[in-house]
Write a protein that binds this ligand. Structure first.
Ligand SMILES: C[S@@+](CC[C@H](N)C(=O)[O-])C[C@H]1O[C@@H](n2cnc3c(N)ncnc32)[C@H](O)[C@@H]1O
Length: 364
């Protein structure tokens, strides 16, 4: 993977944790394999008390972030956890880091965070490349398309018929359409929001697609409750917290931390190394895999994970569905997927996929 301009790609998981939990439904016998990213969704899976959660990521800074969050859970109380990560204000983050968190980190992570102390000072959840892109939206686009009062009204919700009519009218204005499409265009996203390599397989007009998704979000009467999009709009989680950061999940995550292992490497290799996986959170890593590599992933999964119960993943814009390319090995949990997809709080994905082994292949 190319060296990104920003060290951390994401400092929050931009995949709906509530959906992922409902899809995988981890129980005490489950062995979970999970993509690291910002760690949030792996901690959410851990909160359900599975036998193990093994976290894989190919990008070392992301793993350092997961290590950091793991240590924060271990050593801080809930209020201090919120303050250190940046959910609430603090001027003491470096002191807390050096005194309490750093001693728990592996040597390489200690060096990484000392070199990037500024990210800790600012509150690390605000410091990823994608979070920076949302910041550009807040600063340069939002003030042009809506006033502060309009935005406050939108999130106060639910919208009236008159509100929805007004949103439709604005979305149709050529200037707004043009501005949003520039902001949502592939070159701008590559430069400021997402890794260029993640677009390798994209064959569509991305800005048109994202504009349609954005319009869908604005016109959805439930959107005022969406804490992920609230963050993108305001730069803080005022509306509600992501699952892993909610007070009711704190102790469950903390008490299960010894069941979490972090590994620097590809999930593909994890399939072989952790042969007894029953659940897999694959984020949207298939997005940029050429079809031949995606099929090879499916073959590997079928060959090395005989106890698989479910795998869940997102397609952002590229179609990658295991049960379509390997129906003899995998079948789509259609009803569950349809039910959950209707509630996806991250509006920009094309689809969410939950699959299990084709019934005849389930081990006794
Ligand atoms: C796939 S990205 C997706 C995040 C977000 N949904 C998006 O679309 O931008 C999430 C994480 O997966 C990691 N990653 C990508 N491919 C991987 C692979 N084959 N094995 C393990 N980690 C991988 C990246 O380093 C990143 O931290």
């Amino acid at each position: 993977m190319l060296m990104p301009k920003k060290l951390l790609l994401y400092t929050n998981c931009w995949e709906d944790a509530d959906m992922l939990l409902a899809a995988l439904d981890p129980g005490p016998d489950d062995r979970v394999l999970s993509i690291g990213s910002a760690g949030d969704n792996s901690f959410s899976l851990l909160s359900k008390g599975p036998a193990s959660v093994v976290v894989y990521d190919t990008w070392l800074p992301q793993l350092h972030l997961v290590e950091l969050k793991k240590a924060v859970f271990q050593v801080l109380d809930y209020e201090a956890f919120l303050a250190f990560l940046g959910f609430t204000e603090s001027t003491q983050r470096m002191a807390v880091f050096r005194e309490k968190i750093k001693p728990l980190l592996p040597q390489e992570a200690q060096v990484f965070w000392e070199r990037n102390a500024e990210l800790l000072r600012r509150g690390v959840i605000h410091c990823g490349k994608l979070e920076h892109y949302f910041g550009l939206f807040r600063r340069f686009v939002l003030p042009i398309v809506a006033s502060k009062k309009d935005v406050a009204h939108f999130y106060a919700g639910p919208p009236s018929e008159a509100d929805l009519a007004e949103y439709r009218r604005r979305l149709a204005k050529p200037f707004f359409h043009w501005l949003l499409k520039i902001f949502l265009s592939e070159p701008l996203l590559k430069a400021t929001g997402r890794q260029p390599v993640f677009f390798n397989e994209v064959k569509i007009n991305l800005s048109e697609y994202l504009f349609e998704k954005f319009a869908g979000f604005i016109l959805n009467p439930e959107s005022h409750k969406n804490h992920y999009m609230y963050y993108a709009t305001f730069g803080h989680f005022g509306k509600g917290l992501p699952h892993y950061a909610r007070p009711e999940n704190f102790e469950a995550i903390r008490s299960n931390l010894d069941r979490m292992t972090l590994r620097h490497g590809r999930l593909e290799d994890g399939l072989v190394a952790e042969q007894n996986a029953t659940l897999i959170n694959a984020s949207d890593i298939f997005e940029y895999l050429p079809m031949t590599d995606f099929k090879a992933f499916g073959e590997r999964l079928a060959a090395h994970c005989p106890r698989l119960r479910r795998i869940a993943y997102w397609n952002f814009v590229v179609d990658r569905v295991l049960s379509e390319v390997q129906p003899s090995h995998f079948q789509w949990e259609t009803d569950l997927t349809t039910k959950l997809s209707a509630k996806d709080k991250i509006y920009f994905y094309k689809r969410f996929v939950v699959e299990g082994p084709t019934r005849s292949e389930v081990s006794p």
